[in-house]
Design a binder for this molecule. Structure first.
Ligand code: ADP
Length: 642
């Protein structure tokens, strides 16, 4: 039984430990999973930003690509003007009047002779200059200077072969950066990073456009812009512009169908040129790409080569990327945009998305607003987990302990029952043997003396009384156990009941060398079960005679008392008594002391258990106190009020 319990407890505790270990381990895995999932979220955000930025830039480049080459001039002649007109209408460029066009800043055209013209060139030649005109003019001048000083020398050093434009000698175009350079640097620092190619601003994917234009319109375009460059004709042209607006609308309504001679206009895709050094013209700040980024396209009309383009408006580009990023970042994330070169300085970046434009990088640093949130979540999870494990462990331990105690109690009870059966058998056999012996002697007339015969008859009676007491005890115990014990509470004289029992037991006590004293207290009528009270006194007297057999003082006192609430019966002897520690236990069923006096005496361990039950049936109790100088006083208190 114990062995099985030990094996069971060991298995349960080992299983729990295994479970706890597995749980702990899986929390670790969960932490890794969370980190991985979060990294995936960062990568997803970066990819969304890349797609959004690419889409915006593609749209912008498409619009720029399809922009008529004449938009880059100060004036232009509309394509659909009626052929053969003496005086062509001349319109202002739609790019005139402002420097910024979305991502483009300061559109310009480099003429075949290397001179630079822009749609805002002639602002200063107007008579009615406003303040904003002045500002625009100042900006236009500075833009043109920037192109002349920084771009043109760079172009003359490394111009694409198709341009054939070797105007100046000077700096060369900045070589494109190694695409994954910063990704590598960041990765070396142990941070997560990836390069996200955004090729929209490069010529890849764009097509060369070939369109045809009426020769006279083309020629007039060239003329009108040459004229625009000449100060004397400005006023005149301005006046013509106003007339032309009206004419143009009329002509546009009735397009001429006759065939005219045309020229071929070939417009190549934009390509980026990074010019090292120099402040960024649009914001007077250092460029984020390590140089000014120009987007240029080559326009060829017969043997006339033009270079058109604009400077990349970096401020607008950054704003657009920031706008995309703020739309896509997820809960708990923040972002910061930095030039590629700054990536190495960011210590608290969770994910660096390197936006690779081909000619330079911009790093979108994605950060955790609360970098320790995964740690906190895991800590909380661990606290919960260990609390639950501790509770389960406690519950299981308590369960096992109570199982253990129950088992122990069961084992003890089984042991006691065994002892009880052997005790009862023994108790039955002893008086029966005596009775058989005496009856045989009397039957065979071996007893000659009359006195002896009387004594033997007396012995037989006592032994049979002992038998009845024993059987009575066993039967009462069995009835109580089954809940079938019936009590008959009747009014009566309890002192008389006590005296009857004492008188019944006296011969037995005297035979064993005891004298019984009675000290009855004046008690009025009481209500009690006479059989139960008889059993109580019989058992207590029987015990006193049994266990005080070796006492010097063989007096047993039976007294009654009353304290108003209880009627008390006390049986006092001067035997060995019961040690303090065992005074409660002796009232348990089958319990017998290990004392020598007990070992030498037969008994079932039922007597005091029955006394207790009977006392409780009278709403009372039983207790044992020490007698003086030695011995035990068993005090039974009964509620016997009428
Ligand atoms: P038993 O059949 O053993 O007498 P009881 O329930 O009557 O069973 O008593 C339980 C135990 O209490 C006894 O075995 C004995 O050890 C102890 N006991 C009872 N009465 C006395 C007494 N008067 N003096 C000393 N020990 C006693």
């Amino acid at each position: 039984m114990y062995k099985r319990l030990i094996i069971l407890s060991t298995i349960i505790l080992a299983a729990l430990c295994g479970l706890a270990w597995m749980g702990y381990h899986s929390i670790g895995i969960r932490a890794q999973g969370l980190q991985g999932a979060r990294l995936g979220e960062f990568a997803a955000v970066a990819e969304q930003v890349r797609q959004d930025v690419t889409r915006r830039l593609d749209e912008f480049m498409q619009a720029e690509q399809s922009r008529p080459y004449t938009d880059y001039q100060y004036y232009f002649v509309p394509e659909n003007v009626a052929p053969g007109r003496q005086q062509m209408p001349v319109l202002r460029s739609p790019l005139a009047g402002r420097m910024e066009q979305g991502l483009a800043y300061g559109n310009f055209q480099i003429e075949p002779d290397g001179s630079v013209i822009t749609p805002n060139d002639n602002v200063d030649q107007r008579q009615d200059l406003t303040e904003s005109d002045n500002e625009l003019y100042a900006e236009a001048i500075s833009n043109r200077k920037n192109i002349e000083i920084n771009l043109l020398p760079a172009l003359s050093g490394d111009t694409p072969g198709s341009l054939k434009m070797n105007f100046y000698s000077g700096n060369s175009i900045a070589p494109p950066k190694e695409p994954d350079q910063f990704a590598k640097e960041v990765a070396q620092k142990g941070k997560s990073s990836q390069s996200y190619p955004i090729e929209s601003l490069q010529s890849k994917g764009q097509k060369t456009q070939i369109i045809r234009q009426r020769r006279e319109v083309f020629e007039q375009n060239v003329l009108s812009n040459e004229a625009a460059q000449s100060q004397q004709q400005t006023q005149e042209l301005a006046a013509q512009t106003q007339q032309a607006d009206g004419l143009y609308e009329q002509q546009a309504a009735s397009p001429d169908e006759s065939q005219t001679e045309t020229v071929q206009v070939r417009i190549e895709p934009f390509f980026p040129v990074v010019v090292p050094g120099g402040d960024h013209a649009s914001q007077q700040a250092e460029s984020i790409f390590g140089g000014q980024v120009f987007l240029l396209r080559h326009v060829q009309i017969e043997d006339r080569h033009l270079l058109q383009g604009f400077q990349l408006n970096e401020k607008e580009l950054v704003e657009q990327i920031e706008d995309s990023a703020s739309r896509f970042v997820r809960k708990g994330m923040s972002f910061e945009l930095s030039p590629g070169a700054d990536a190495r300085d960011n210590g608290n970046v969770a994910y660096a998305a390197i936006l690779n434009f081909g000619f330079g990088d911009l790093v979108l640093n994605l950060k955790e607003i609360d970098p320790g949130w995964i740690g906190k979540e895991i800590r909380n999870l661990r606290i919960w987990y260990f609390s639950i494990i501790a509770i389960v462990l406690l519950a299981v331990t308590l369960g096992l302990v109570s199982l253990w105690r129950n088992a122990t109690a069961q084992i003890r009870l089984a042991q006691k029952k065994d002892d009880f059966i052997s005790a009862v058998s023994h108790e039955l056999r002893t008086p029966l043997t005596s009775i058989r012996m005496y009856s045989e002697m009397l039957e065979k007339n071996w007893v000659k003396s009359q006195d002896k015969a009387v004594e033997y008859y007396g012995n037989m009676r006592q032994e049979s009384e002992r038998l009845s007491r024993l059987i009575e005890n066993v039967l009462d115990f069995s009835r109580i156990q089954k809940g079938r014990k019936k009590y008959a509470f009747n009014a009566g004289d309890i002192n008389k009941c006590v005296a009857n029992v004492v008188e019944m037991m006296r011969p037995y006590a005297v035979q064993k060398g005891f004298s019984i004293l009675t000290e009855p207290a004046p008690i009025e009528q009481a209500i009690f079960d006479a059989d139960a009270v008889t059993q109580i006194i019989v058992n207590l007297l029987d015990n006193a005679i049994k266990y005080a057999a070796d006492a010097e003082d063989k007096t047993i006192t039976v007294r009654t008392k009353t304290d108003g609430k209880f009627t008390v019966i006390e049986v006092e002897d001067h035997g060995p008594g019961v040690p303090h520690r065992q005074r409660n236990k002796i009232f348990e069923q089958f319990y017998r002391l290990a004392a020598e006096s007990t070992r030498e005496t037969t008994g079932t361990g039922l007597g005091l258990a029955l006394v207790k039950k009977f006392a409780e049936a009278h709403n009372g109790f039983v207790e044992i106190i020490g007698a003086k100088p030695t011995g035990a006083i068993f005090r039974v208190a009964l509620t016997t009020r009428i």
